[in-house]
Design a binder for this molecule. Sequence first.
Ligand code: T4K
Length: 415
Amino acid sequence: MKSHIDNLAIFGGPPAFREKLHVGRPNVGNRERLRQRIEDLLDRRWLTNQGPYVQELEGQIADMLGVKHCVAMCNGTIALEIAIRALELSGEVILPSFTFIATAHALQWQKITPIFCDIDPLTHNIDPKRVEELITPQTSAIIGVHLWGRPCDIDALTHIARQRNLRLLFDAAHAFSCSYKGRMLGTFGDVAIFRFHATKFFNTFEGGAAVSNNNDLARKVRLMHNFGFTGYDEVSDIGTNAKMSEVAAAMGLTSLESIDEFIEKNRQNYEHYRQLLAELPGLSLLTYDEREKSNYQYIVIEVDDDLTAVSRDLLQEILWAENVLARRYFYPGCHNMEPYRSYLPDACMSLPNTERLVRRVLTLPTGTAIGPSEVARICNVIRFTIGHGNEIVHRLLQHTTPQSLVPPSLGLPSK
Ligand code: T4K
């Protein structure tokens, strides 16, 4: 435990953790069940192409969410690209800039212009009031991202989409097993996308899915994810290869059996963080609505350097030195990354809340790989750092330039 600033690893003290602590280590369910399933699929010699495990997984996900159709795919990005194509989107699509770059790239990849919309600073989600201002005759759709698993203002977005005759998609990459007004996310809009990447609380190694209640759309998505084949020798539409493999589905079925356990572990970690980070000046923890179903897979803090001497970036440097690999998701915002930065150089002017938030947010480790003792040690470093902010900054100023306040030796990654 840190009791003096010399104990901080940034000043040469021993790091709080010997091993690096990642934000999201993969959750692994019952290994024996996974091994059995892998043996079965090997015995069957059916490894991909809509095999029995993929079909079973699609059925279980559709039942769990209460949605008519689920098409499992090899990752979330291609699921989004296919949904965009199946909806025949064109021109411009409105989406938040405060999201993972894949949401914007899925549009640009298909020569559709992403129009970045500002967020509500309280929810971190797309602000419907700003959406309305961005609609032009070229607009074909809105993509809402349920960031951190917390739902967008679905009612307002649905209203706008209906009134302006726009398609409505949801990037629900973070929101598997979460609800909005008691109804599961995935059942709203024309289509929703989930992602089951290794670092998500529910994973299929790599994977994703498109879910929809629209029969025609679902049929089209299914065709497109398998080259457009309607039979061995017949192709009815342009398509690609986005199929999920049987081994990925085996992992998914095994993960589903432990999903309640994973969520409970995340919830416990979240509760510990909530208690241990309470009442720190300039630091707030993003909370989940207890009335909704949440997966609690992101521990998100905001650092307000008007109220504390320690900036978000300095706190991250200090945590990295302690081997706590806290992440600045989704810094610096899609509009500040290429190719968008070059052809939308003034985008930052219309995204003041996004610009502010990308400088404040930090995500902390959670998942089944960590428990109360790790959370306590992480929070000890954070509380100590905030409590001794002036002293730490003063010490750093003696050794570094005031512009950076960050010792270059730590070499944080650029993303
Ligand atoms: N839409 C949204 C809103 C998204 O957030 C994402 C993905 C997508 C769409 C696209 O879906 P996919 O096409 O990916 O299905 C991670 C994920 O790679 C990325 O997929 C995800 N968003 C994003 C939020 O987080 P990073 O930058 O954290 O790096 P990564 O994947 O290297 O992993 C994070 C840490 O986890 C690492 O530091 C090490 C550890 N790790 C990672 C892997 C892969 C492990 O311990 N084991 C592992 O197997 O992006």
